[in-house]
Design a protein around this ligand. Structure first.
Ligand code: PLP
Length: 383
């Protein structure tokens, strides 16, 4: 059939450029050690930064959620899906983020689609490296959409100056492919000066920075970030996204966010796990700092080997190698040495910026850190 031929040709192009993707079969992708093709590997690719997916207390809370409420929510939150655990979770997250109100959605992806729904008829100014879910949110709402050079606030200011419209600035605390942070202090300044609504995606900062409460908390700028977005799926080890802001913003979202309204609510087991994960972070606020220390050590070592780690200053460390083929080859070599590391290629990152990306975790012991260093030393000699 002609149509399938078109699809096949597109896949052929991807294959010839080493950008073809397939889904691997993995024993348990969240664990510190995973098995792929029968080989045991240290997992440096998951976002389970604090190892919470396998925390006993959290697992038990989740099981209790099922026992009390069953396996599914059975309808959207605006119909009958609003299980009482949601109210508790939203109160908790508001307190955690120091905001008036919060709204929990089914994923960070859904939360970002919702976040951008406030920007109808506005000018959106988004960092060029923002996550695809933020980009999709901007496209869906059909607003005028401008992207400023990554962390280039002069560029942003020029764009803000030329707009006569309501303005919305969108950025991330920790960028998922570069592992660097935004300049939140100066973004807040610009947001005030140009009367722009500020949306901050804390997906990779929650659980890690600011005693686990995120970057806005670390800088005491919670009041100046108008809408704080995050996910329960990374450091918090479960699933679901949240938005925290003032009462009016959240009420608006409840009425207009299609990714809230037109989908079945999360199952009680997930809400219960999220509540337990927040409790864990409250009781163990320094886990993130431990992880950041390990990350500094590994990053400094990689730099000393001559690897390009961009401006990474978090638990995410890119190792930019350039082309996709070289990146896949490097991934394979590390695989043979017992490490599983993500190979990130276009279109996730620009052409010629293909990279390995390691995501560290707080439960790595000294021997494992040593293994990582040895493997990269050996890689540096071969690639
Ligand atoms: C992972 C991620 C999301 C999406 O969160 P999910 O809960 O996985 O849907 C949103 N924003 C950023 C920056 C992310 O890294």
């Amino acid at each position: 059939m002609e149509f399938l031929k078109v699809l096949e040709n597109k896949l052929f192009d991807l294959r010839s450029n080493f950008n073809f993707r397939s889904i691997r079969s993995i024993s348990n992708g969240a664990e510190k050690y995973i098995t792929i093709d029968g080989k045991k590997l240290l997992n440096l690719a998951s976002n389970n930064y604090l190892g919470l997916t396998n925390n006993k207390v959290i697992k038990n809370m989740s099981i209790e959620g099922i026992k009390r409420f069953g396996t599914g929510a059975s309808s959207s939150r605006l119909i009958t899906g609003n299980n009482i655990l949601y109210d508790e979770l939203e109160r908790e997250i508001s307190d955690f983020k120091n905001k008036q109100n919060s709204l929990v959605l089914n994923s960070g992806y859904c939360a970002n689609l919702a976040a951008l729904s406030i920007a109808k008829n506005c000018d959106i100014f988004m960092d060029r490296l923002c996550h695809a879910s933020l980009i999709d949110g901007a496209i869906l709402i059909g607003a005028r959409f401008h992207r400023f050079k990554h962390n280039d606030l002069d560029h942003l200011e020029k764009m803000l100056k030329s707009s006569n419209n309501q303005k919305v600035i969108v950025t991330e605390s920790v960028f998922s492919m570069d592992g660097d942070k935004c300049d939140l202090v100066n973004l807040v300044k610009l947001s005030k000066e140009y009367d722009a609504f500020l949306i901050l995606d804390e997906a990779h900062a929650t659980g890690i920075f600011g005693n686990g409460r995120g970057l806005a908390h670390e800088y005491s700028l919670e009041n100046d970030v108008h809408l704080n977005v995050g996910t329960f799926s990374k450091a918090l080890g479960s699933l679901g996204g949240y938005l925290s802001g003032d009462k009016v913003t959240i009420e608006y979202l409840i009425n207009f966010a299609r990714s809230l309204i037109y989908t079945t609510a999360l199952p009680p087991s997930v809400i219960a796990a999220n509540l337990a994960a927040l409790k864990f972070i409250r009781e163990n606020p320094s886990c993130g700092a431990v992880l950041l220390q390990i990350s500094d050590d590994v990053r400094n070592y990689l730099k000393s080997l001559g690897f390009e780690t961009l401006n990474s200053s978090s638990q995410i460390i890119p190792i930019v190698l350039g082309d996709s083929e070289k990146t896949l080859r490097a991934q394979e070599m590390l695989f043979d040495m017992g490490l599983f590391v993500a190979a990130i290629r276009e279109p996730t990152v620009p052409t010629n910026f293909a990279r390995l990306r390691i995501s560290l975790r707080s439960d790595l012991n000294l021997d494992e850190v040593k293994l990582i260093k040895q493997a990269f030393t050996s890689l540096a000699g071969k690639i």
